[in-house]
Design a protein around this ligand. Structure first.
Ligand SMILES: [Ca+2]
Length: 175
């Protein structure tokens, strides 16, 4: 008899969890092509057959400092949003972008590998600890999203903004 009670309780918990997720409102996932951002030199558009749409943005080695890209993103519902980027950094750890949204700036250290890959946008604090960025949106509508140069030679292909905590971007889906 006891054996049957546990699966029943687990089943009820799962049902409640799903209902809550639906009540949270519509799922929003926005794909942004980095090469379509408004760029400030030395951030520039470059070509690569392995980049989605064949283009990406970068501050090439020796090109200088303070490059950035900016875009406006419509976030139609309030709540928590998560950021993903398709990125490449020549030597992995130690290469970064800064991401600004909702009045906050995040230091995003590109972890690995050195080829094009999807990565959750994270924030690394002064102690070197990285946590995934969660943007809390209280006012739906247009928000400015900025990408600022950290080091040279770090490439950004696409950014994805989603309020779906379980969403993981793939190349196939966004080509
Ligand atoms: Ca691209």
């Amino acid at each position: 008899m006891v054996r049957w009670v546990i699966p029943l309780v687990v089943g009820l918990l799962l049902t409640v969890g799903r209902a809550n997720a639906l009540d949270a409102g519509p799922s929003v996932t926005i794909v942004l092509d980095a090469e379509e951002f408004s760029l400030t030199a030395p951030m520039q558009v470059a070509s690569d057959a392995n980049a989605l749409d064949g283009k990406y943005i970068i501050v090439p080695k020796g090109a200088g400092n303070n490059g950035s890209g900016s875009t406006s993103v419509q976030l139609p519902v309030a709540g928590d949003y998560y950021l993903w980027g398709r990125v490449k950094a020549p030597s992995g750890a130690g290469h970064s972008f800064y991401i600004e949204i909702g009045g906050k700036r995040y230091a995003w250290l590109i972890a690995a590998p050195t080829d094009w890959h999807w990565e959750r946008v994270s924030n690394t604090n002064r102690a070197g600890a990285a946590t995934a960025v969660v943007v809390s949106v209280t006012a739906p509508g247009a928000h400015t999203l900025k990408v600022l140069q950290g080091e040279e030679d770090v490439s950004l292909d696409q950014l994805v903004v989603t309020n779906n905590a379980y969403f993981v971007p793939t190349d196939h889906r966004h080509r």
